[in-house]
Design a protein around this ligand. Structure first.
Ligand code: ADP
Length: 262
């Protein structure tokens, strides 16, 4: 008989951080998302892939509690995205491609602003930000004006702002677009460290090297989930050498379906 490890045991007893059941969103005649069933575990780095128009943004908007599902349901950290959107929003962080930093404020002022938005105030905020700057290697830059930071440092600050309130779920939208390879590597090391401390991370990207770094991937096509698994499982399933080939294969299949009207 094999003994389950502590990690497996804990993993089995915890509910997924993200769980969707037949999640759907319709705009007029178009199903942007159609019957999506997903379960994402605590500490997973999960990639959501698919060509333009496949439903990624709509899925994320529903998981953030910004758009109500037409049918089906989803929970984030056990809160229903349709009926408990406020509780959901308190538990998520979002880092956009554009970062959303205030260029004229210092590193610390940016962090303080984002922490306040999420309700962290007073001594608790000061304590948390000191600890957080230390963890993300930003302490030495605290007084620097954000607008004068290099691309990689801006990205690090954006990540720190999105996680200042210690969210259960972090959304990353094409997180390393436009940064150099060294900064990219440091960024992913930080992401894995956040994940191993229990933050769940949902990445959307068109960059296949980013996709290959995820623990698990899901491919969407015209609102449907068409493939899910670890990068290795996806490669095996499609008999491909790299994720980019899978992506192109699925996109071509998608376009054929669209032109034949199937
Ligand atoms: P992706 O992020 O993968 O590019 P989206 O979720 O943005 O995909 O879009 C999925 C489909 O839903 C597309 O056909 C898009 O035109 C449609 N759609 C998305 N948002 C809206 C909206 N607010 N109104 C009407 N149609 C929309």
């Amino acid at each position: 008989m094999t003994t389950p490890s502590a990690h497996t045991h804990i993993g089995n007893t915890l509910r997924p951080v993200v769980e969707t059941r037949a999640l759907s969103k319709r705009y007029g005649a178009v199903y942007a998302v159609d019957g999506l069933d997903l379960a994402i575990a605590r500490g997973e780095v999960f990639g959501l892939l698919g060509p333009n128009g496949s439903g990624k943004t709509t899925t994320i908007r529903m998981l953030c509690g910004l758009v109500a599902p037409t049918s089906g349901s989803a929970t984030v950290a056990d809160f229903d995205v349709g009926t408990q959107a406020e509780q959901v929003r308190q538990r998520i962080g979002y880092m956009s491609q554009r970062y959303g930093l205030y260029d004229e404020l210092t590193v610390y002022e940016n962090l303080r602003f984002y922490a306040s938005v999420y309700g962290l105030l007073g001594a608790a905020r000061t304590r948390r930000l000191e600890e957080h700057m230390q963890a993300l290697g930003l302490s030495a830059q605290r007084a620097q004006i954000a607008g004068t930071l290099s691309g990689g440092w801006k990205q690090r600050l954006a990540l720190a702002c999105a996680t200042a309130h210690n969210p259960r779920l972090l959304f990353l939208d094409e997180p390393t677009a436009g940064v150099d390879p060294a900064a990219r590597r440091t960024f992913w090391e930080t992401i894995y460290s956040l994940a191993s401390n229990g933050t769940t991370i949902l990445v959307t990207t068109h960059y296949m090297d980013e996709a290959a770094r995820c623990h698990r991937l899901a491919f969407l096509s015209r609102g449907h989930l068409i493939a899910i698994g670890t990068p290795q499982e996806i490669l095996a399933q499609f008999g491909a050498d790299n994720i980019e080939d899978v992506f192109v294969m699925l996109q071509q299949r998608d376009e054929q379906t669209a032109t034949t009207g199937a």
